[in-house]
Design a protein around this ligand. Structure first.
Ligand code: GLN
Length: 378
């Protein structure tokens, strides 16, 4: 066969988690919590199954869940999404991203992404015959240089993919970014795919600037969200996508023949659980404490900390410790030091010589402490 994605390796998250398991390292690589979700939530799932919610959900997802999402979005960002026609429950954020790109990208359409970029964007664009136009961002602040974005725009530009809070750099978009973005897309036929899966993980009292807040941007955006991050349940693989009806209609044409619908009992539980707004309002503090604790610990090491405004990732430079490629260094410290991290070069289509690792801090305090105890030895 002729490979459709000849250059695409196995995703770094599988590679590093497998290595961490193999050698028994503390796994701060792939982003997922090592603590349990609320028993209230698991009780709701049990109850949903016992109550007989075990058959297909409607194709776009359970209406009661879509209604809860619509209310939450209106409360937080002031946007009204019609649960009937503008919200779809997906099998996680990645499926929502895949489906949104497939729904609108034709061969030779250009899509602008910012690197480091989450690793599923570029392969999905290529699979659809689209052309990836990547713009590199530079540490430590990874600001988007909008004049460079303007230079990348052509009459073939069909989409810009944004991700705030950003994985892996932990930066967030600010008001100036929004203004510049607005200037660029106005009067152009450009769709925004806004990966907002870390929307509730924004620190130091800053606000998450969702595309849903800005009517002109909202009108051209797919917004992707994740219950894995919201409920500490990444293994449930449930998320959702919101978009104006003209976009969601195309999204569902693909969704119906790809997954058809997402598992029912977890949707029943999520709809009930989401009624408590404290579930999401408490998340910034919860994760900020972990961030602060982990950063304090890392200060005892020879790593140099990069800023962290959002997400559950902390990036570090290691040039005081070693002079080797980040993938080699990440593998070596997983085996020798017993702590796994993600080499940030995995988020660049052409690689990078930046010597930076990404750690996930969505972990119990004792896990973070144990990891720091090991990292201090480097
Ligand atoms: N989003 C997670 C991360 O960045 C990984 C998800 C996955 O493994 N697909 O670590």
């Amino acid at each position: 066969i002729i490979s459709k994605l000849p250059q695409t390796p196995t995703t770094i998250f599988s590679v590093m988690s497998a290595l961490a398991n193999e050698v028994g390292a503390i796994n701060l690589s792939q982003g997922f919590p090592d603590y349990e979700c609320s028993p209230v939530l698991t009780d709701l799932v049990n109850k949903a199954m016992q109550d007989g919610h075990n058959q297909y959900a409607p194709m776009p997802g359970l209406l009661s869940l879509r209604e809860q999402i619509s209310q939450k979005t209106e409360k937080l960002y002031g946007a009204t999404y019609n649960p009937d026609s503008e919200i779809t429950i997906t099998a996680g954020g990645t499926q929502a991203i895949f489906t949104a790109i497939s729904a609108v990208i034709h061969p030779n359409d250009e899509v602008i992404i910012f690197e480091p970029a989450y690793d599923c964007y570029a392969p999905t664009i290529k699979l659809m015959g689209g052309i990836v136009k990547s713009l590199e961002l530079h540490p430590p602040d990874y600001k988007i240089q909008w004049d460079m974005v303007k230079k990348l725009i052509s009459n073939r530009t069909r989409m810009i993919i944004l991700n705030s809070p950003h994985n892996p750099t932990a930066t967030i978009l600010d008001a100036e970014d929004i203004k510049q973005l607005n200037d660029i897309v106005t009067n152009r036929d450009i769709i925004i795919l806004s990966d907002e899966v870390y929307e509730h993980l924004v620190f130091d009292g800053q606000q998450h600037l969702s595309m849903a807040r800005y009517p002109e941007l909202q009108q051209r955006s797919f917004i992707v969200a994740s219950f894995g991050k919201l409920f500490h349940t990444t293994g449930w693989k449930i998320g959702y996508c919101m978009a104006p009806a003209y976009l969601m209609q195309e999204f569902r044409k693909i969704h119906q023949f790809n997954v058809f619908s997402v598992n029912t009992p977890m949707q029943v539980a999520a709809a009930e659980y989401l009624k408590d707004e404290n579930i999401y309002l408490s998340l910034p503090d919860f994760f900020q404490q972990k961030r602060d604790h982990f950063r304090e610990g890392l200060k005892q090491t020879r790593f140099e900390l990069l800023p962290c405004s959002g997400s559950y990732f902390q990036s570090v430079r290691y040039q005081n410790i070693a002079d080797e490629k980040d993938s080699d260094f990440a593998m070596r410290i997983t085996r020798e030091t017993g702590v796994a991290a993600i080499p940030v070069s995995a988020f660049y289509s052409r690689g990078t010589d930046h010597q930076i690792l990404r750690f996930c801090f969505a972990k119990k305090q004792e896990t973070l402490d144990k990891a720091v105890d090991r990292l201090v030895k480097l």
